[in-house]
Design a protein around this ligand. Structure first.
Ligand code: PHE
Length: 345
């Protein structure tokens, strides 16, 4: 019987190896060897005819044979499954699965676009923390404690600390940067800012600003005008006009608010059929940013000598620019993440 088992093992392994690599072929061989009437099963039955002294060894050998054949069949089955899967994957007649590529959020795109314009004229991009201290958000910017001008920068405080707040503008990055760097330099600072405003079509408690700051030898108000005019024309078109209105910010002196001519009516109601323009309300101008010459007091706070350096600063709201540029009617749309809105960009 020993010999019979050896021969059977060789024959079975050989047959399994040379069989076709398919699930059906393997199943056929399993039945042939291990099935209820299979060759190996028959040998088990024959064991009862053996003399008692030979039974234990024969039993052991038969079990080994069964395991060897089972293992060989399983391996064959695995490679058959692999090949069948491959065949499925290679079925070029199946319709493809369309994947929808995503794209940048309109606010991210607007930030990139604005920064690129300033980079092209020598600015570099710098960032700062969203969680700030009163020191940077107010004091270094010449907004003293208990001063009424603080009301204009109403702020979220972080309750647990009593010390930290969510920055209400990107201006604190001005003084953070000046403390660590020597002029001349020109930077733009994009980022999120937070204000406890009730949400409506034009207000959000979180929005984005881009701060600008240029400091050096003999930087003049006319430099600010030139830089902002390049920005406005590149962003909104060559025919855009700019208007500077006197204004007040504690950290700039003199200060201005800057308007561009309305991108819908251009200030000419005739152009839109004599109706009142829905974008500018008939005024012909749209406010886009605040700016001014850096207040000497701010230079003193960061250890610069105001007799030696001058500079200008500006700050704009990114959502405001995107709303004007893309004709979006409600700021909330930027944050609702409705793909029907986002897909339009
Ligand atoms: N920080 C001001 C604001 O948030 C904008 C500003 C920046 C004005 C820089 C002047 C100079 O309203």
């Amino acid at each position: 019987m020993k010999n019979q088992i050896k021969q059977l093992e060789q024959a079975a392994l050989q047959e399994i190896t040379s069989a076709a690599v398919s699930k059906d072929a393997v199943e056929g061989l399993r039945i042939k060897y291990l099935g209820r009437k299979g060759v190996v099963t028959e040998l088990f039955k024959k064991m009862s005819e053996l003399p008692a002294s030979e039974k234990p060894e024969a039993g052991q050998l038969l079990n080994l044979l069964k395991n060897t054949v089972t293992k060989a069949l399983d391996e064959k089955l695995n490679s058959a499954a692999g090949i069948e899967e491959e065949k499925e994957a290679l079925d070029v007649t199946l319709p493809g699965i369309l994947s929808k590529p995503g794209h940048l959020h309109p606010i991210t795109r607007t930030i990139d676009e604005i920064c690129r314009i300033f980079i092209s004229i020598g600015f570099r991009v710098v960032e700062g923390p969203e969680i700030e201290t009163e020191h940077y958000n107010f004091e270094t910017l010449n907004i003293p404690l208990e001063h009424p001008s603080r009301d204009a920068f109403d702020t979220f405080y972080l309750k647990s600390s009593g010390k930290y707040l969510l920055r209400s503008h990107t201006s604190p990055v001005q003084t953070r940067f000046m403390e660590k760097n020597k002029p001349p330099f020109s930077i733009v600072v994009p980022g999120k800012v937070y204000r406890p405003d009730a949400t409506d079509a034009s207000h959000s408690f979180m929005f984005h600003q881009i701060e600008g700051l240029a400091v050096g030898d003999n930087i003049k108000f006319s430099d600010l005008k030139g830089v902002l005019s390049i920005f406005a024309k590149t962003m909104f078109g060559k025919s855009i006009k700019m208007r500077f209105r006197p204004s007040f910010f504690p950290f700039t002196e003199p200060s201005a608010e800057i308007d561009i001519s309305c991108i819908i009516c251009g200030g000419d109601a005739q152009k839109i059929g004599g109706k009142r323009c829905s974008l500018c309300g008939g005024k012909g101008w749209l406010e886009i940013l605040g700016a001014g010459m850096v207040n000497p007091k701010v230079f003193e706070k960061v250890g610069y000598d105001p007799k030696k350096v001058t500079g200008f600063a500006f700050g704009m709201g990114v959502e405001r620019i995107a709303i004007l540029k893309y004709g979006v009617s409600d700021i909330r749309m930027f944050f609702e993440n409705d793909v029907r809105f986002l897909e339009q960009f």
